[in-house]
Design a protein around this ligand. Structure first.
Ligand SMILES: C[S@@+](CC[C@H](N)C(=O)[O-])C[C@H]1O[C@@H](n2cnc3c(N)ncnc32)[C@H](O)[C@@H]1O
Length: 217
């Protein structure tokens, strides 16, 4: 081959720029949040859900994943959608890189064949969400697409802030959350039982709810 011949190159598509993650990694080491991750793992163990697929919202610390692995959850069963610039780091840290650069809602509606034993919608954001994240729609989609097993767990965290006035608190989002989960479950052949583990954390600004989801039809 003559040296002047042009070398063929394949154009590599540059990845779409992902939006900046607003989640602060230090929140994962908050003792109350650690307790919540341990609690989730305890219930996974109690109901013997270790072998079921699980979808989690995670940060690069993989704090929830680590607690689940401690109770025998297989790393092959943990799926993490993350539509922020944390995606790449999470992907390098996940033991088998089951990480997807998309929103939780997109993952739930596109991954149509999988039923989950644990869904941890760890939003740490407001229930009403924003232009990118739509917790209410996501929660409805999970039930609509029947993404739960006969027995599953659903954990949700929300910020009790008013989405339009961040320095103000809302007073009925916990009740709205319970209503959305309970009604969506009922509409799609499940019951949602509040496990009574709900708690405020992070100086009262966040709320964690945990439900047992049982198939009824
Ligand atoms: C609260 S952190 C997860 C913390 C982790 N579970 C822990 O206990 O330390 C949630 C992560 O998911 C991302 N996230 C929030 N809502 C999301 C959504 N609807 N779809 C995809 N990623 C989302 C956040 O940007 C953040 O990186």
């Amino acid at each position: 081959m003559s040296v002047s011949q042009p070398i063929k190159t394949t154009k590599i598509k540059s990845p779409k720029k992902l939006p900046k993650d607003t989640y602060k990694e230090s929140e994962s080491t908050n003792p109350e949040k650690k307790e919540i991750n341990k609690l989730l793992a305890k219930y996974v163990d109690k109901f013997g859900l270790q072998e079921t697929p699980m979808v989690l919202l995670e940060s690069p610390a993989l704090a929830t994943t680590k607690e689940l692995i401690k109770v025998g959850v297989s790393k092959y069963k943990i799926f993490i959608p993350n539509h922020t610039d944390s995606y790449n780091l999470i992907k390098t840290k996940h033991p088998i890189q089951n990480v997807f650069p998309m929103t939780f809602g997109k993952f739930i509606s596109e991954n149509i064949t999988t039923k989950h034993g644990l869904v941890f919608a760890d939003y740490c954001g407001t229930l009403d969400g924003n232009s990118q994240f739509k917790p209410i729609e996501d929660l409805k989609e999970i039930f609509k697409h029947k993404r739960f097993n006969e027995i599953s767990l659903l954990g949700v965290t929300i910020a009790k802030r008013n989405a339009n006035k961040p320095n103000k608190y809302v007073n009925n989002d916990i009740s709205r959350l319970n209503n959305i989960v309970g009604q969506s479950a009922y509409d799609h052949g499940y019951t949602a039982i509040d496990l009574g583990e709900g708690r405020s954390y992070h100086r009262g600004s966040m709320y964690f709810a945990l439900y047992l989801i049982e198939k009824t039809d």
